[in-house]
Ligand binder design. Structure first.
Ligand SMILES: [Zn+2]
Length: 269
């Protein structure tokens, strides 16, 4: 089976002049060699090799003062490439006037928000973060980085608490709900109201366990993503294709769930 029109829901991009440096710093932080340099150009090239035609692009503000310029950058890239990009904005719990920036994100055409408690250094269930969820509930979906055994910030039990507090909040829990904490994530998130993405996980879990997790959560909750520039898309897509899921499950994971989350209607072909 081979798929086209795949959406990569988890792609970080950086302005050309800092892409190399930003990518290197993520590489150092995780001790993982990156497949790409973090530019939009290479992201598109990667997609061409594996049937990925659209991307949810994002960039995380590690300090409040960079929020606006990053949102401007993402919005600009999206308006230059409207057919292939969906933009996710950034916010920071310590910023002044998040409400105003959320309004600005919406008016810039951004379709969601990416948060990264580990690199932004906030506890996912802290009061100041809860304030953001309250503002976003019913307005924009959140792609949430989840899990890292080295940190307390984004542990699965914190996400479970957030989801209980905000039943109408749309959250896509990245990395099968908890990078390096995959079983703990299943324990806390199996029956919660959230989506999950497949990024940065299957190369650690292996095909058999990855499939078990997809089945446990249900394909109707899973979105394909690669965590560009970290990994190429073809290895993960190849592994997914070998799982022998149903046509319907593949369509949900590769495309339909992403469109649903982004609130985009598409004519059925
Ligand atoms: Zn990410």
């Amino acid at each position: 089976m081979s798929f086209n029109n795949i959406i990569n829901f988890h792609a970080h991009i950086y302005p050309e002049n800092i892409a190399e440096r930003a990518t290197q710093s993520v590489s150092d932080g995780y001790g993982i060699k990156m497949d790409y340099n973090g530019t939009l150009e290479q992201l598109i090239e990667d997609g061409k090799k594996s049937g990925v035609t659209q991307f949810a692009v994002q960039s995380v503000a590690v300090t409040p003062k960079t929020v606006q310029s990053i949102n401007n950058f993402i919005a600009k890239k999206c308006s230059e490439n409207p057919d292939i990009l969906f933009g996710l904005g950034t916010l920071h719990p310590d910023m002044e006037n998040p409400e105003e920036e959320i309004e600005r994100c919406i008016s810039l055409g951004l379709k969601g928000i990416k948060l990264h408690p580990d690199s932004q250094r906030f506890l996912m269930d802290s009061d100041k973060a809860m304030r953001l969820y309250e503002m976003l509930e019913g307005r924009l979906p959140i792609l949430m980085h989840c899990g890292d055994y080295r940190f307390q910030y984004s542990r699965p039990e914190r996400l479970a608490k957030v989801l209980d507090a905000f039943p109408k909040l749309t959250v896509i829990a990245a990395h099968f709900g908890g990078w390096s904490l995959w079983d703990l994530a299943l324990q806390y998130l199996e029956n919660k109201n959230c989506y999950l993405d497949t990024s940065s996980s299957m190369m650690y879990l292996g095909q058999r366990r990855s499939k078990e997790l997809i089945k446990a959560y249900g394909a109707e909750r899973m979105l394909f993503g690669t965590d560009y520039p970290m990994w190429n898309s073809f290895d993960d897509i190849e592994m997914l294709e070998k799982m022998e899921l149903s046509q319907n499950e593949y369509e949900m994971i590769f495309r339909k769930n992403a469109l649903k989350v982004l609130n985009i209607e598409e004519e059925s072909k």
